[in-house]
Design a protein around this ligand. Structure first.
Ligand SMILES: Cc1ncc(COP(=O)(O)O)c(C=O)c1O
Length: 426
């Protein structure tokens, strides 16, 4: 296979006609496949039926310290659950709060706290009309949505294969109006990139001019290896402590992609100072989180090793899905020079870059053929991908045969869009 750009006009016409024919055949089939969101498949969720619900008969409703979990109390969550998250996140469990079912909710509330109460004695962010947040792109649409909701101007920082472009981040934090950034440090959404040691150290050693600068360190995929040998991520709090910077970071995670999506347990961990400020808010915000669910989880997972063992079952389900998509991308688009993609070792996504200016068109072609992708542009703030080239693929939910069809359609759409670009450019 040679690069599409090198085809003669005749070869290109022939190639395009063949792709169009196959594409039309798919359209005629009236397919309906969804690769839009990173949802676990039902077969993955089935693993937890009974396991999470049967044990109450065995242990009753009490946590290890004898607390009746059916009742109010214990704002920071039951100790065994905090300890479990402490192990997962690699932090002292006393700095962990085990919460309700959504980490995104915790992030939203944390930013709301910055907005209306402020951090570290600084004036609330709402007072700053020029407030800005760093958006690592491509990134997670819901992160951008939260910052936009609170009126931050989002500044794009490109993702590299080692994490965010740290030269740019270090430049931006000289501006006192820049108040924070979202990071997904392990198996980032959508690139599946794990930050290198150098990136973590540079983040940890940052001295932002804004004293109330906060990194929302979203460790949503911290134990989500798809292969036996997962990526290693340096511990941000251990590194930040070396520079006296642990107040810059608050980390979040949940079991949404460990047990039940949207019905698991979330947690956050923070320095003593941030912990105190968060707990001042929580004391007023909630009496106590769902400890029954925490108890279920802590009973099922005694240690982080139990979690990792269980995640191998997920990997066995997810790996063939990832590999199907990657194989077809490589077979169909390999040498054509019209698309690039990552081969993540974990997480929930594959990020596909197509020829500049054609992602939206690829999305439209896919939709017409019955394949729903994450809204093209959604991986950028304001849904504006300046180069119109990034598409997030979420292979977790469809079955392997469905993924085969969906990926073939995606590849045909990429080919047709590339032919159009080349023809129009010629
Ligand atoms: C990076 C990231 N953070 C957070 C979430 C949502 O987590 P939760 O279900 O705990 O709110 C997702 C879900 O896709 C995600 O990709």
């Amino acid at each position: 296979m040679k690069a599409l750009m090198e085809y003669t006009t005749e070869q290109l016409n022939e190639f395009e006609a063949a792709a169009q024919k196959k594409y039309d055949e798919f359209v005629a089939q009236g397919i309906s496949l969804n690769m839009a969101r990173g949802k676990p498949a039902s077969e993955q969720l089935d693993i937890y039926d009974n396991m999470l619900n049967e044990h109450f008969k065995e242990i009753g409703f009490k946590s290890e310290d004898g607390t009746d979990c059916r009742n109010y109390g214990i704002l920071y969550g039951i100790e065994e659950c905090r300890k479990l998250f402490g192990e997962i996140l690699g932090v002292d469990w006393k700095n962990v709060i085990a919460c309700g079912s959504s980490s995104l909710n915790l992030m939203f509330d944390f930013i709301a706290q910055g907005m209306y109460k402020g951090f570290a004695g600084c004036e609330p962010w709402v007072c700053n009309k020029n407030r800005k947040f760093i958006a690592v792109v491509p990134g997670y649409d819901r992160h951008f949505g939260i910052a936009q909701y609170f009126g931050f101007e989002l500044i794009n920082v490109p993702m590299t294969d080692k994490g965010p472009d740290m030269d740019l981040v270090e430049e931006l934090i000289k501006n006192p109006d820049v108040k924070g950034m979202f990071c997904v440090p392990k198996y980032s959404n959508p690139d599946g990139i794990t930050y290198s040691d150098e990136t973590v150290i540079r983040l940890a050693s940052m001295k932002p001019v804004a004293k109330d600068f906060r990194v929302i360190y979203d460790n949503a995929y911290i134990v989500h290896d798809v292969y036996e040998e997962g990526d290693e991520l340096l511990n941000i709090f251990d590194e930040a402590k070396k520079y006296g910077n642990e107040d810059n970071f608050v980390t979040f995670t949940s079991t949404s992609k460990i047990t039940y999506a949207g019905a698991g347990v979330s947690a956050m961990a923070a320095s003593d100072r941030n912990f105190k400020e968060i707990s001042d808010r929580l004391t007023l915000q909630i009496i106590s989180y769902d400890k029954m669910n925490q108890l279920r989880h802590a009973y099922f997972y005694k240690t982080v090793d139990d979690v990792k063992e269980q995640m191998k079952k997920h990997a066995a389900i997810l790996r063939p899905k990832f590999e199907t998509v990657l194989r077809i991308l490589s077979e169909e688009l390999g040498e054509l020079g019209v698309a690039k993609w990552n081969e993540p070792r974990g997480g929930y996504f594959i990020s596909l870059d197509v020829t500049t200016g054609s992602a939206k068109y690829v999305g439209e072609l896919c939709k017409k053929a019955g394949v729903t992708l994450t809204g093209v542009g959604a991986t950028y703030p304001y849904e504006i991908d300046p180069e119109d080239k990034n598409i997030r693929l979420a292979p977790s939910c469809p079955t392997v045969p469905e993924l085969e069809i969906a990926t073939e359609i995606i590849c045909l759409a990429v080919k047709l869009a590339a032919c159009k670009e080349i023809r129009e450019g010629k």
